[in-house]
Design a protein around this ligand. Structure first.
Ligand code: MF3
Ligand code: CO
Length: 271
């Protein structure tokens, strides 16, 4: 098969500065939104808190209006995997809330990041899922450097979570980020040669200057998902709990630089 010329942008200089700023803003807004998560708050209120934080930074939501997406951020609860829309749902103790924030700066650069948090106490089974999902993100980031095949990064996610009995969502993937929210390449959280070929996923070697959003979506039960009638909210078909963590990272000839810096939520589970 003829190799298509890669259209993956390589960022340098002021472009990287612009992406760093966008990433920092996205991380700040994610933190503010997560700080607002508590029992009795509605998901719509969290969306509004994030909208105000984005506006205060002089930025715009990178999600609002994207393919007609109606929210400022994504808020997905429990069996909801990703793309939940803030509304009248009232959060309660024990809920697991996934918040995903993308911002676009006045200079036109985008930062995209997500994490999963608990309302009140975490059950030990939920904590294990969240800790493994976050650790799978860091495992993928640790693998991501110049010269490495993209498939190695993608496989790192599934390689981390599947021995622990969790499964990786296949229908949704990470992506390149730049002036657009979704750029090449697609960054799945697994790699199977045949299915990737069928879906037209490229497997380039990473180069310094590539900017990727890596975003494991990991289910406690099976990998299958459904989409709700709102056309957006993705849920696990078996209604099992799902977790999501995301960073935007810059590939270098050393360790990847996390452009959306935040504290780690969990200590890495033992190998
Ligand atoms: N982080 C997700 C993604 O990059 C969020 C997109 S929500 C959407 O796909 F509304 F913008 F689609
Ligand atoms: Co993303």
């Amino acid at each position: 098969m003829a190799k298509r010329k890669s259209r993956i942008s390589l960022r340098s200089g002021s472009e990287v500065d612009g992406l760093r700023e966008a990433g920092r803003f996205a991380a700040d807004v994610l933190n503010s939104a997560c700080d607002a998560v508590r029992s009795g708050v509605t998901t719509g209120e969290i969306d509004q808190i994030a909208a105000r934080a984005i506006a205060k930074l002089g930025c715009k939501s990178a999600f609002l209006g994207y393919r007609s997406y109606p929210g400022n951020i994504c808020i997905s609860v429990n069996e909801e995997v990703v793309h939940g829309i803030g509304g009248t749902r009232v959060l309660k103790d024990g809920d697991i809330v996934k918040i995903d924030v993308g911002v676009s700066t006045p200079k036109g650069w985008i930062g995209d990041n997500a994490k999963s948090v608990a309302v009140g106490e975490l059950s030990s089974s939920a904590e294990s899922l969240l800790a493994a999902t976050e650790a799978s993100l860091y495992a993928a980031i640790a693998a991501a450097r110049q010269g490495v095949l993209l498939s190695v990064v993608c496989s790192a996610v599934e390689g981390f979570v599947s021995p622990r009995g969790y499964s990786v969502v296949r229908e949704f993937v990470g992506h390149g980020v730049g002036r657009k929210l979704h750029e090449e390449p697609q960054v799945p959280n697994y790699w199977e040669v045949d299915s990737m070929r069928a879906r037209g996923f490229a497997n380039p070697r990473l180069e310094a200057g590539m900017v990727l959003a890596i975003e494991p979506m990991v289910n406690a039960g099976g990998p299958e998902i459904c989409i709700l009638d709102d056309q957006w909210t993705v849920i696990t078909r078996d209604q099992s709990l799902s977790a999501h963590f995301e960073h935007t990272v810059l590939i270098t000839d050393q360790e990847a630089e996390i452009l959306t810096p935040r504290e780690r939520s969990f200590t890495a589970p033992a190998a």
